[in-house]
Design a protein around this ligand. Structure first.
Ligand SMILES: [Zn+2]
Length: 452
């Protein structure tokens, strides 16, 4: 038995409730019940929470006071009333932050947050304790589907924990180790030499689950396989987060560690949005938020099965509400019901980030994820990055594998032409593709705005 895990679950977390008024456990108890309610009852919970939130917004939040005229609709049909509020972009949040903050709130009680700027536009915003704790509770609820509970030992594969100096780093490591029971692995320190130490750590410390960026977990798995390292310890599950999880990554990670890889769909600026269940379906944290999908161009709501922009309304943040917040991802909702017993609504597919969407010569939208998965069928490509620079120019960076067969690259290009049409493709053979400051590797990226 992991004594550290037991202490965290049974002593430290309950103590936090009294010492810091932390309600995560209470929220978790509730979420554990509501997930089994019939889906329409879950939707009713959303509606009630939304009604309260929208009334609070039009009464108290400067950015939304001009929507007070909709108050009757809010009271009667909050879901419909929500559609009358504008979609909120990251830029708007950055430009008029104070406009969204509840004037009566003690700003010092809020948690300043900032989404990563490495893969898109950084956004600065505040969340409050209930928002952060509800999100944390949603993560633990979903991990419980995989037999993971609060405090269980975790191997976390991440970029550098910010730019910490040594002393801070020590404190950070202690906190991670003892309070949260986390063994931290920096993606930057993974290499053919260090992998032997990490393998030893995994085999002796026996973390119950791994958690990390898709690309960092993939790198760990690659090193294990290439160096013929035997991992004797089998984690219950490996949780991939913060990036698109490509099929080739999932396969390699599962092969290296002999357990299921699952997807956590979360964002710093939206919390835990959805989580994969045993049936491989992504269940939305519906008690915490409303997820809408809208058309990329018209921004009109789309039906389940139609792919578009993800719009999030967090139902818990009364301190800085962001209604209909455009997250920057592309996904599809589903109206089917999962047979796993969890009745939370489903996201059919998280297709990637908004800037993973390329535009073909005919003006069609193309998911670059397709090119990324395709690249893996050509062994001559060791690593790659595909960037759409303009509507007419694509840059393909390739690290050659040994052996290298040029005709494979030509076949790959041909496949790209088939989808993208008459577009200019430049190939650059490089020695390295650097990850962003966060440690994330971007396989694809569009560098111009979709709409003019
Ligand atoms: Zn399910």
């Amino acid at each position: 038995m992991d004594l550290n895990a037991a202490a965290i679950k049974n002593i430290i977390f309950p103590m936090l409730k009294y010492a810091k008024n932390n309600n995560t456990l209470e929220y978790l108890t509730n979420l554990n019940k509501t997930q089994f309610l019939p889906t329409d009852e879950i939707i009713n919970i959303q509606k009630e929470k939304l009604r309260k939130l929208l009334l609070h917004c039009v009464e108290n939040i400067p950015a939304y006071q001009s929507y007070k005229e909709n108050i009757h609709l809010i009271e009667k049909e909050p879901m419909e009333a929500l559609s009358y509020f504008p979609i909120l972009t990251k830029q708007q949040v950055n430009e008029s932050q104070d406009f969204f903050i509840f004037p009566d709130i003690d700003k010092s009680s809020l948690i300043a947050n900032r989404s990563g700027g490495s893969t898109g536009q950084p956004v600065r915003f505040f969340i409050d304790r209930p928002t952060s704790e509800n999100s944390e509770a949603a993560r633990w609820r979903a991990l419980s589907w995989w037999d993971i509970s609060i405090g269980d030992k975790c191997l976390m594969v991440w970029g550098n924990p910010l730019e910490l100096n040594n002393h801070q780093k020590l404190i950070y490591n202690m906190k991670e180790r003892f309070l949260k029971n986390i063994i931290f692995v920096s993606a930057y320190s993974l290499n053919p030499k260090s992998i032997h130490n990490y393998a030893r750590t995994i085999n002796t410390a026996k973390p119950k689950y791994f958690y990390g960026y898709a690309s960092a977990l993939h790198l760990l798995a690659q090193l294990v396989i290439k160096n013929n390292i035997q991992i004797k310890h089998r984690p219950k599950v490996i949780v991939s987060t913060a990036e698109t999880l490509y099929d080739f990554q999932r396969e390699m990670i599962e092969k290296a560690f002999g357990c299921r890889v699952i997807n956590e769909y979360g964002a710093r600026d939206a919390g835990i949005i959805a989580y994969e269940c045993g049936n491989g379906k992504m269940h939305i944290s519906a008690e915490n938020m409303i997820v809408e999908i809208v058309d990329i161009e018209t921004k009109k709501p789309l039906k389940p099965g139609e792919s578009g922009l993800v719009i999030i309304t967090d139902l818990n943040n009364y301190s800085m509400p962001r209604l209909r917040y455009q997250l920057g991802d592309i996904a599809t909702l589903s109206d089917s019901i999962c047979g796993c017993g969890i009745n939370l609504p489903l996201i059919e597919n998280v297709e990637g980030r908004e800037d993973d969407i390329f535009v073909s010569a005919d003006g069609n939208y193309v998911h670059a994820v397709y090119f990324c998965n395709l690249a893996r069928s050509y062994p001559s490509i060791k690593q790659f990055q595909i960037i759409q620079k303009t509507r007419h120019d694509l840059l393909l960076k390739i690290i050659k594998n040994d052996p290298f067969i040029e005709s494979e690259i030509m076949s790959y290009i041909k496949e790209i032409y088939k989808v993208m049409g008459r577009i200019n493709i430049d190939i650059e053979y490089v020695d390295a593709i650097k990850p962003a400051a966060s440690g994330k590797i971007r396989y694809s990226k569009r560098e111009f705005p979709l709409t003019v």
